[in-house]
Design a binder for this molecule. Sequence first.
Ligand code: GLN
Length: 270
Amino acid sequence: MKIAEYLNYLQKYFTNRSDVLEFASHTSGIPYSQIPMHLSDNILITDETKSKLDRVKSGEPLAYVINNKNFYGFDIYVDESVLIPRPETELLVEKALETAAGRKNLRILDICTGSGCVLTALLSKLENAEGVGLDISSDALETALKNLKRYDLKAELLCADALRIDELDLSNFDIITCNPPYLTEQEWSDSPNSLKYEPKNALSAGVDGLLFYKKLMDMIPNICNKNSGSAHFELGLGQYELLKNEGYCEDYSVTKDFQGIKRVISWINL
Ligand code: GLN
């Protein structure tokens, strides 16, 4: 069948056009942006394609089916060992890069690194930066390593519990980023089925979802360099107010995402 017909055929499996094109690109080998120039090329629907479409139909996220998610312009390998990078997490990268503007040889710590998407983006964009990625899951760290290698980057990967970070000998970081699990147990239970494919310990953080922030904010000053070292956290819906009420982000500035949700908080160690 022609690619044009293939795109029509795929429409019944996906809710948006960009997923159709992503899947078509993955199965045809034609880069996403080039597909409109290849509409009259021929493509065969193989058994492998059919079985991938069955997985899509059963509710598995596309990113796991094609083992890829674009994040901040980088193709990130993903499988069920890690959370699928979200577009709002690009804001975390942006805020960290903003505070790093023009500086070289920075030391970066990415807590709860998962797929390593944040670390990959930061190490690629910053000149001569040194990176440490921390995660409780060794499977996630294997995935992070794959992504770093894909972009010819090196980082130290530590398998450790972020909640016990004070037991590690970490210090002198210029940029600290963290997208911790932050859904409450209730939010996780109520979440759509597609989220159940993702590692629960990357998503859910106890009763109020604030566990990681409270622990980490208390000790960030001990590991963050003075003279413009900075720390950036991604937050869930309504968590900024909750933390503020408990006196937690007094010195943090807040940035809203494209939906108007207070999504990233940043602290600069002046
Ligand atoms: N933003 C994710 C979601 O809503 C949650 C990510 C996280 O817990 N860090 O599914």
